[in-house]
Design a protein around this ligand. Structure first.
Ligand SMILES: *Cc1c(COP(=O)(O)O)cnc(C)c1O
Length: 489
């Protein structure tokens, strides 16, 4: 399988690249992204064949069908990451919460958020390719809380890859911060930035644009890569669990093979739902992909009107911070799949220069055959958390947004799979507030009160954070970041 570019080719990039090349250098011509040249068709046989497969068997065969240039031994090592999940045989439990609503829990890995699903295997693959080529890579990450811990966890002590991770010093939950600052390995650097997530992100952008920084990297023989979901190396692992979930429904007798379902995904940068889109295009029986957002509702407006408009939008800080995003990078891959490279380049150019683009009527109609969308306010989310808890299901504020779209976006009488992207332990103050009304408590207090209220144990890796040694103590001004990272390298 080769990869091509969403915005066409500028003559200075190769016309096609391998999977390895696409993940080592994920930015393509004109600032575009890499996408597979064709999507293999799974067909009914593939689903039938895997009706009773374990997650890893399914994943192995899926990657085989995709035909990527990664050695089988590396793939095996990558998939072994799922053995560290709560239940190695079933790393992604699918739980029935209403007659026609099932929740796919994507958070049973080491950092208790869905980022592990893809970053865990991705870490093995990236490090193996870098090592085979005898090259060294630096991953720069700016995180609002979930990508940072998952990236550090997967890359710690890996060869040929270093990670420098920036987070807003006072902008994450206690658990998220502790997950980062207690992660000890010589190839990891964690920096608290004085400012908010936007400051962390703009610090990262400045670094990437700095010719002094890039020259220094070159002199040290280090290349830059990326671990965010513009990297197809993450997306590929995010197609698999959508297929697994469907087969789980078949196994549980909720659908018969071939019957269509809704996939209902809490979305930020659009990686998760893009995986569902690709699964659908590869033949998974999906009625529609439902996009759930928080009050940063740019995607809802886009799906309803065909206008992606960032002009008037200011980022709103919500209780589902992993979805506080205005520019959802992976939408571009959908534009490419539906409208081709030339049109994608045109639309993305409009977004870059005018902060807005508009689909034509026929284009919007096509988009709406795949997607529907709605958004959920913090107060609504809190009410859904409380309501679900009363009927026996404990969930986090990101997952809660899907309970709104379950009510507003399901037009047909079909089963819906909602995605749970974080464990309750990661956003405990919001959940405690929803359940007991207590306000502004620290994570430690909230964890204890939810544990008592819901009669669930705090998982050991979360409990242990509070007594672990803090190894990264830097909290620095934006101006000092460049020197700090170069010193680390
Ligand atoms: C990253 C994240 C999301 C958003 O996923 P995308 O793939 O970026 O759309 C939602 N919820 C949680 C908890 C996350 O960490």
């Amino acid at each position: 399988m080769n990869f091509i570019e969403t915005r066409g080719n500028d003559g200075s990039h190769p016309l096609t690249v391998t999977f390895s090349e696409a993940i080592l250098s994920p930015i393509a011509s004109f600032g575009g992204l890499y996408v597979p040249e064709t999507l293999p068709q799974l067909g009914r046989e593939f689903l039938e064949k895997h009706q009773h497969s374990h997650y890893k068997e399914l994943a192995r065969d899926f990657l085989h069908v995709f035909d990527i240039d990664i050695d089988q031994s590396v793939i095996e090592e990558a998939l072994a990451c799922y053995d560290t999940f709560d239940d190695p045989k079933n790393p992604v439990p699918v739980i029935q919460v209403k007659e026609d609503l099932y929740v796919s829990e994507l958070y049973h890995g080491p950092t208790r958020a869905f980022k592990d699903m893809a970053l865990q295997p991705f870490g093995t693959v990236l490090s193996a390719i870098a090592k085979a080529r005898n090259e060294n890579y630096l991953i720069l990450a700016a995180t609002s809380g979930d990508t940072g811990p998952a990236a550090l966890e997967t890359f710690k002590n890996r060869e040929n890859v270093k990670v420098a991770c920036m987070y807003p010093a006072h902008g994450t939950s206690d658990v998220q911060r502790l997950q980062m600052v207690t992660e000890e390995a010589p190839n990891l650097k964690v920096i608290g930035i004085q400012g908010n997530f936007d400051d962390a992100q703009s610090a990262l952008k400045n670094l990437l644009a700095s010719s002094r920084f890039n020259a220094a990297l070159k002199a040290k023989n280090v290349a830059l890569s990326a671990a965010n979901s513009v990297n197809f190396g993450r997306i590929i692992f995010q197609i698999i669990y959508h297929i697994h979930n469907y087969l789980e429904l078949v196994r549980q007798g909720a659908v018969v093979l071939g019957e269509k379902v809704y996939l209902n995904v809490p979305s930020g940068n659009f990686g998760n739902v893009l995986g569902g889109f690709y699964a659908m295009q590869m033949g998974l029986p999906v009625e529609k992909l439902v996009i759930a957002s928080n009050e940063n509702n740019i995607l809802t407006r886009f799906i309803h009107t065909g206008i992606y408009d960032m002009r008037e939008s200011e980022l709103i800080l919500t209780t589902s911070p992993a979805m506080d995003i205005l520019k959802s990078s992976n939408v571009e891959r959908v534009l490419y799949a539906l409208f081709g490279a030339e049109r994608t380049r045109e639309l993305m150019h409009d977004l870059d220069t005018q902060k807005v683009y508009r689909l034509r009527d026929a284009e919007l109609e096509k988009l709406q055959t795949f997607f529907s969308a709605d958004y959920c306010s913090d107060d609504e989310g809190k009410a859904y958390i409380k309501q679900a808890f009363k009927t026996g299901y404990l969930m986090d504020p990101h997952t809660a947004t899907c309970f709104k779209t379950y009510e507003t976006c399901k037009e047909k009488d079909l089963v819906m799979i909602a995605y749970s992207t974080a464990e309750w332990t990661k956003f405990s103050p919001t959940i405690a507030n929803a359940l007991t009304g207590e306000e502004d408590v620290q994570d430690r207090v909230a964890l204890a009160s939810i544990s008592k209220e819901a009669n669930v144990a705090i998982p050991p890796m979360i409990e242990a954070l509070f007594s672990k040694k803090i190894v990264h103590t830097d909290s620095i001004a934006k101006e000092s970041i460049e020197a700090e990272i170069l010193a680390f390298l």
